[in-house]
Ligand binder design. Structure first.
Ligand code: ADP
Ligand code: MG
Length: 524
């Protein structure tokens, strides 16, 4: 591991880094900073979200640009308005006293303001492709003399359909520029673009997400679809300072979960693509300032967003692929802080989780949902701590006087209990939590079923298999490990088939005389 001093950065920049509190370069910074500073090839840099890719290109670009140039020297393309602002701010904060001007250019902001800034002369433009093209067409921005072009969050830029815009912009840049492409994931399309538009390039990668495995505790809970929301509430409630991002797959789910949380009294906001840019910014700011502590989002809406000290990332629904998983959980456990990533899976998603685990080379361990009793104990504990803090700090006279009045006529224990009851009614009530069924799953994605008949009832291997086959229309090859004991039996089926059998025998229990249920854990 090298230090910033060993990467060839100037005294001025080193001072800034110290001031910002960056102690050492992240792995991707360690690779790209010297490569950009001293090499001359184009660069493709890959590292997961939250690994400091902005500084990985921002720092060397700041070093290489000239002061008092007459033209735009660097163009950074980013997929969203938030990122344009965020990246421009990060670069600005890294430049120190060097005389460089940096402007974010994005749709939604008044074009006049951007024109004024551009006219004054700008060194680094950070912009979204659409608005950059607008300015190129109006000839209010020229990029034919840039020395550096950065494609940041390139995977996301592709996802959002910016390929044509990016190509259009590339055509207007000089052939002498250096191109630096940064991305959290490397789908084949990106390498195709690199081959087509970049000169000789070097790929610098930081794989297997060092941040993920070391800083983020990854667990999963198996819950039925209908129990997910209840499980989510339990997780939020047991934590002392929950500050989390909850991922859903669709906009509809995002709205649904966020509004349910709000109804239940949580401070939650929703973020997805249908929400206007203006509102998105407001929502993000509220979250960053912690006015709300829960943000429910789709992958696209949350990508690239950098919020510090997120305690929990919750995959309310499994992500599409392992890359997205790594991307999502990269939001927590950043820069030395620990975080927890929680994934909900329904029994039928077990296989998908396994494949994510394998391909993302990460360990996701199974955990048990907190019990209602545990949550209530933890809440009580927090209430006590809070009260003690208030007692120590700022008791106001008017309350002290009321307290004296009340104590004249009542027992102190009763007064206090009445106050607690009034303040926390419902919150400490076990009844306010619904029951959750946690499934029984073995490691192969199958369910072991218990059958309430055995040899004594004349049941045999074949008979049991026939009953399952005929009554539930399940093919023979799905039926595994039948075990006939004296008074009961076991059989293993894949999740889906097991559910079919269970629901069949639930309704037909009487007529068939057979009782089937999920086997208790540990019985094989
Ligand atoms: P990425 O683009 O890879 O998702 P960012 O560039 O947005 O990551 O950086 C994530 C956060 O980490 C930012 O808040 C940034 O200031 C911080 N950061 C970057 N480099 C370092 C470093 N070397 N040490 C500590 N924090 C850093
Ligand atoms: Mg980034």
């Amino acid at each position: 591991m090298k230090s910033f001093e060993q990467l060839g950065l100037s005294e001025e920049v080193l001072k800034v880094l110290k001031h910002k509190g960056f102690e050492e370069p992240t792995p991707i910074q360690e690779k790209t900073i010297p490569a950009i500073l001293t090499g001359d090839k184009d660069i493709v840099g890959q590292a997961q979200t939250g690994t400091g890719k902005t500084a990985a290109f921002g720092l060397p670009i700041i070093e290489l640009l000239q002061e008092k140039a007459k033209n735009v020297q660097a163009l950074v393309l980013v997929p969203t308005r938030e990122l344009a602002i965020q990246v421009a701010e990060e670069i600005y904060s890294l430049k120190g006293k060097k005389n460089l001007s940096i402007v974010p250019i994005y749709g939604g902001q008044a074009i006049d303001l951007q024109l004024r800034k551009l006219r004054k002369g700008v060194d680094i433009v950070v912009g979204t492709p659409g608005r950059i093209i607008d300015h190129l067409k109006r000839r209010t921005l020229k990029v034919d003399n840039i020395s550096h072009l950065v494609l940041d969050e390139a995977d996301e830029m592709l996802n959002m359909g910016f390929l044509e815009d990016v190509e259009e912009i590339l055509k207007q840049t000089s052939s002498e520029k250096r191109t630096l492409l940064f991305s959290a994931t490397m789908p084949p399309e990106i390498l195709k673009i690199s081959k087509k538009y970049m000169g000789e390039y070097e790929v610098l990668k930081v794989t297997s997400g060092q941040l993920t495995t070391s800083q983020t505790d990854q667990i999963y809970f198996e819950v039925g679809v209908t129990d997910k929301f209840e499980a989510l509430c339990r997780i939020i409630d047991i934590e002392e300072g929950f500050f989390g991002l909850i991922f859903c797959r669709t906009k509809i789910d995002v709205d649904h979960v966020a509004s349910h949380l709000t109804e239940r009294g949580y401070d939650a906001d929703a973020l997805h693509g249908d929400i206007s840019q203006n509102l998105r910014e407001k929502i993000l700011n509220r979250f960053k300032k912690r006015s709300v502590n829960i943000l429910v989002a789709t992958d696209v809406a949350a990508r690239g967003i950098d919020v510090k000290d997120i305690t929990h990332v919750i995959n309310y629904a499994l992500p599409q692929d392992p890359e997205a998983y790594v991307h999502r959980i990269g939001r927590t456990g950043r820069a030395g802080k620990e975080g927890i990533a929680i994934t909900f899976i329904t029994p039928s998603e077990y296989r998908k989780l396994q494949s994510i685990k394998r391909r993302a080379k990460t360990d996701i361990r199974k955990a048990k949902l907190p019990k209602v009793k545990e949550i209530i104990t933890s809440k009580k504990q927090r209430i006590k701590v809070n009260l003690e803090e208030i007692i120590q700090s700022n008791l106001k006279n008017e309350y002290l006087e009321m307290s004296k009045d009340l104590l004249l006529k009542n027992d102190p224990e009763h007064v206090l209990a009445a106050l607690l009851q009034q303040s926390f009614a419902g919150e400490l009530d076990e009844e306010s939590y619904a029951q959750i069924k946690e499934g029984v799953v073995d490691s192969k994605g199958k369910t072991r079923l218990f059958v309430g008949q055995g040899k004594e009832n004349g049941l045999t291997n074949k008979k049991l298999a026939d009953i399952i086959k005929d009554k539930c229309r399940i093919s023979n090859d799905k039926i595994r490990d039948i075990q006939i004991l004296d008074r009961f039996s076991f059989v293993t089926l894949p999740f889906h088939e097991a559910e079919t059998v269970l629901s069949y025998f639930k309704t037909k229990k009487r007529s068939s005389g057979i009782y089937i249920t999920k086997a208790k854990k540990g019985k094989k």
